[in-house]
Structure formats: structure tokens, C-alpha cells
Design a protein around this ligand. Sequence first.
Ligand code: KG4
Ligand code: ZN
Length: 354
Amino acid sequence: MSNVKVGATRILAIETSCDETAAAVIDNGRHIRSNMIASQIALHQRYGGVFPEMASRAHIEAIAPVIRQAMEDAGAGWDSLTAVAVTKGPGLPGSLVVGVNAAKGICLAYDLPLIGVNHLEGHLYAHWLAGTGPAANGPAGESEQDFPLLGLIVSGGHTELVLMKGHGEYELIGHTVDDAAGEAFDKVARMLALGYPGGPAIERAATQGNPHRFKFSRPRMDRPFDFSFSGAKTAAWYVVRDFGGMIDGKPNPRVPVFDLAASFQEAVVDWLVDKTLRAAQHYHAHAVLIGGGVSANRLLRERMATLLPMPVFFPPLSLCTDNAAMIGAAAHFAYLRGARHDLDMDVEPDLKIG
Ligand code: KG4
Ligand code: ZN
């Protein structure tokens, strides 16, 4: 017997787009019954970044126990599920396919509908999970007047400004033309031998540095809300070189690592805040939703909160980085719109939003 009310949903969601094997059970797109994540950070630390082949193998090992644990933690029987949702893209092909195949197997075994979810849409819907987003302070997304909302997704793979005009209605208004913001943090951290993941390492180093010592010129973009971070990365490299370059894979001791980390973080945060502010004003956004691993950055949080005139929402850190709960939240709203996928659904590694 199903213990979910009529019209309500209970969704098992699976996420394996990059380096986290995750499964969650979500009721009605808002309530997290369980949220399991097996992280591969320790595995990839050895390579200073995500190694796709290793990621795919680690997903294969982790996927069944992670799903079983999510169902157990939720106290949910298979017959109580409304649907199975899974990230179908964007992401690493060999990683996506593990989650998608697991989801299909469960759908086949228990005769459940399959819902393929865009990972980026998932980052936006993290804000609908209970107590995290606009819904916590008043009902966002409950009526048409709450929209448009502006989403900024900043992670190791993405830097996207998305206008959310309604549920499932997106317009991509800006994106990075080269490196993602998190990727730039990771590359500069590697250059400064600060470790992986680079964002938290740069943030720690920056606390001891002068953010105004080095100036990074703002890149000029053809489209007003696009980003570019590779110039800043190259500029950071020139500073390292000017102070003596690398010795045995580490910056020469003369390189002012803390000042450089602080100045680089300052520049990236400044650009992210500036474009987000201008886009939010241009499109008359009622609120700004921020997600992705880089949104853990404290300077980014402080600046966004103080400089943007409209409400700005950051989910808790565990829902900012990749997780399956956000996929379950997005799937609920997709399910209500009638979204169902056939069991021959393929992964879409280059899937876009809007
Ligand atoms: O969303 P996420 O966990 O994974 C994907 O890339 O999808 O984001 C990871 C990225 C990494 O590039 C990491 O360096 C960055 O988020 N990151 C940060 C911080 N914490 C994680 N960047 C800046 N400041 C942080 N505190
Ligand atoms: Zn992500």
C-alpha cells in the first residue's frame, strides 16, 4: 500500500553526473526523507582533479549501496514510490550512464515512471527543499507573481546565469566562455600548490593575504552577462613567473601566495557579484538563487547579501554542492507537468538549460 497522499509524490532521485554518487528520497518536491552522498574527493585528490575513468568505476561500486541506504534512511518501501528521477546531463558520460542505468533497472523492476532531470535545473530546485529557499520566507514558486527569479549556478563545471520565468521555464542569459569559476579556483590553487579542491584552499589562503595587492582587469565580453575566467588564471601565472616561477612543482618561496590567492578570489567574486546584480536589475528578478560548489565561498555570500537589493538565497552547503535531493525536487515539479521518459532515454553529457 502506498503511504503517499493522492496528488502527492515520493520520488527516489539519483545523481552521478560528476564525482559524487548520490541518492535521495523526496516527498512533494520539498521534504527530504533521506539524502545519501558517497564522495570521491579523496580518490581525485591524488590527481588534483576529477579523473573521469576513475569516477565512473567508483560510481559503479557505490551506486547500489547508496540507493539501498537512501531507501532505508527514508523508511520507504519500493511500493511507496511515485517515480524514479535521475540526472541525464550535463556531466561526464561514463558517470551519468551509471546513475541512468540504475534508475532504469529500478523502474523496470517496480514498474515506476522514469524522469530524466537536467542537473542545472536541479541546482535551482535545491531552493525549493524545505527551509532552504524563498519558500522559507514566503511562498516562492507558489504563484506566478513570484517569478521571475534569477539563478546563478557556480561550480567546478558551470558558471551560468539563468532566468527562471516559471516552473520549468528557463532562459540562459549568460555563461562562461572558457573556464568555470570553480575550475579557475582549482587551477590557480594547483599553480600555488594549495591542494584540491582549490576553492576552499584559495579561500583559506586568502584570509592571510592582501586582496588589493594584485589587480586583475575585468574581461570585456561581447554578451553583457557572459563570464570569462581564463584571463585571470593567466594573469595569476604571470605573477608567479615574475616572482621566480616554480621550483619542483611548487611556487618559488618568493611568490606572495597569500596575497595572490586573496587578490584572485577578490576578482572572481567581484565579477560574479557585478554580473548577477546587473542581470537581476535588467530582468527585474524578484529574488536571486545561488547554487553550486563555489557558493560555499564566504566572500561571495557576504558580497551578494550586502550588494544586491533583492533577497538572495543560498541553500545550506550540503545542498549547494552536487546532491540527489535537488534532483528529486526538480523531478517533482517536472512530474506535475507530466514529464515521463521512456526506458531508452539516453544520457546527454552536453545538455543545456534554457
Ligand atoms: O558543485 P560542486 O561540488 O561540483 C561540481 O563542480 O559540479 O563544485 C565544486 C567546485 C570546485 O571547483 C571547488 O573548488 C569549488 O566548487 N568550491 C569553492 C569553494 N568550495 C568549493 N570555490 C570557492 N570557494 C569555496 N569555498
Ligand atoms: Zn553541480
